[in-house]
Design a protein around this ligand. Structure first.
Ligand code: UDP
Ligand code: MN
Length: 237
């Protein structure tokens, strides 16, 4: 009997949103027993997003929770209000299964799903294309996580990316929370679960394989439409 994977995706409106979610949808459609929770960073659920969700044929939950206005600056915590809303939904509606935070622009190997599905408390694994080192990964010794390899330690207990861990719903405490502190969302979330280093289950062949990547799409720039009047006059003269 396969455990359900709750795949939590925060998302926000922009020209790249539909292509990103289309690509992710087409990955998730290959996965058995998956429930996609898509959390919109806006006050109403987007129709474009709803259409993509409906067409997957997957079980899904579509919620919306916009970031508080004060976080509209530059280095703001991204996707926190909406991930928090997804967490509340899970705390009220799911009593077993596995939680995974999968951003709308990441790339994930189908092999990872079979592995995270077996998470007993918290599992961890490498994430490719992160920071100056090109990878963020737990360091494993004798089958146990003993530390973290990440180009930004930033005084964190668990120096991992959002895509680098999965949590068994039974380990999701009522105290589980994610702060609005850029760079510390993952660490503080894991600390809020009361996680200890020895509880971590290393996956992906003892963290020796990369099965998920922190890919980024180049931002689309609107072309500026300008008409050169002088040239047109030359042509029509
Ligand atoms: N996100 C969001 N609201 C925002 C910016 C980002 O909900 O204002 C989501 C985004 O869709 C993605 C996640 O938060 O799923 C991480 O954002 P992004 O990929 O821009 O950050 P990066 O990967 O560069 O850290
Ligand atoms: Mn991203």
């Amino acid at each position: 009997d396969l455990k359900m994977i709750y795949y939590v995706t925060p998302t926000y409106p922009r020209p790249e949103q539909v292509p990103e979610l289309t690509r992710l949808a087409h990955t998730l459609m290959h996965v058995p027993k998956i429930h996609w929770i898509v959390a919109d960073d806006q006050s109403l659920c987007s129709k474009d997003v709803a259409d993509i969700l409906r067409r997957t044929g997957l079980p899904y939950t579509h919620i919306s929770s916009p970031k508080p206005y004060i976080y509209k600056g530059t280095n703001f915590p991204r996707g926190v209000a909406n991930r928090r809303a997804a967490l509340s939904w899970l705390q009220e509606n799911a009593d077993d299964g596995v939680l995974y935070f999968g951003d709308d622009d990441n790339t994930i190997d189908l092999q990872l799903f079979g592995e995270i599905r077996l998470t007993k408390k918290v599992s961890m694994f490498p994430v490719g294309l992160i920071g100056d080192y090109g990878v963020s990964s737990p360091v494993v010794k004798d089958g146990k996580v003993v530390g973290f390899f990440d180009s930004w330690p930033g005084s964190r207990m668990f120096a991992v990316d959002m895509a680098g861990f999965a949590v068994n719903i039974e380990f999701l405490k009522p105290s589980a929370n994610m702060p609005y502190i850029a760079g510390h969302e993952e660490d503080r979330f894991l600390v809020s679960l009361g996680l200890k280093l020895e509880d971590i289950e290393p996956l992906a062949a003892n963290c020796s394989k990369v099965l998920v990547w922190h890919t980024k799409t180049v931002k689309y720039k609107k072309p500026t439409l300008r008409v050169d009047i002088k040239k047109l006059e030359d042509v029509t003269a």
